[in-house]
Design a protein around this ligand. Sequence first.
Ligand code: GTB
Length: 218
Amino acid sequence: MTPTITAFAASPDRGRGLARDMRVRWALEEVGQAYEVRLLSFAEMKEPAHLARQPFGQIPTYEEGDLVLFETGAIVLHIAEGHAGLLPVEPGARARAIAWMFAAVNSVEPVGLEREACFFLERDKSWYAERMAMLAGRIRDRLGLLSRHLGQADWLDGAFSAGDLMMAGVLFRLKPTGLVAEFANLAAYLGRAAERAAFQRAFAAQMAVFTAGQSGGR
Ligand code: GTB
């Protein structure tokens, strides 16, 4: 059964691959699973039909027959559990790969989101510059420890896994801050992830939505 995901009809990132449907598209591409996309306007995201899929009125969601899922991490885990290629078979390595998925969204993404919220919502405050510097410091601390763990390895724990997919997804969104580039091994890690053919296909697919929107078609 071909799953359907939801994505922004008009992503504010203008096709830069920063919205979270990118991670789901990438996971589906990694495992070779075709998918369909339901594009939603911001108004449609808050309507009952979408709130039934995603209680917070956000994208992405994932539908496969009767199963409706939200939360990127849960969706990527479901995809990884249903197909070979994104999770190791050995139970210990599999559990560690899942731990890295959680680390991406629980230990690294939140510091980036705090900075983003400050950037978008608190620019008019007298303490803006000071807070931004403090939040950049927090990101730097997290990335420094991640960099220390990665060392000279290609991936976080053995072969590329859903843990790397989620971590690279988080780092990709942090890239415009310039903070990832401060850590050469993390910049190279992200480069390796983005060079993967599946990433490239996912990126092109979300960019095509933006391009179609620009030309008036869909
Ligand atoms: N925890 C949820 C998950 O992981 O699935 C979070 C989902 C989420 O934040 N979705 C965002 C959304 O629907 C899109 S990805 N926002 C609309 C709303 O809340 O009303 C976040 C995002 C949005 C825009 C950019 N951008 O333009 O650069 C980047 C990332």
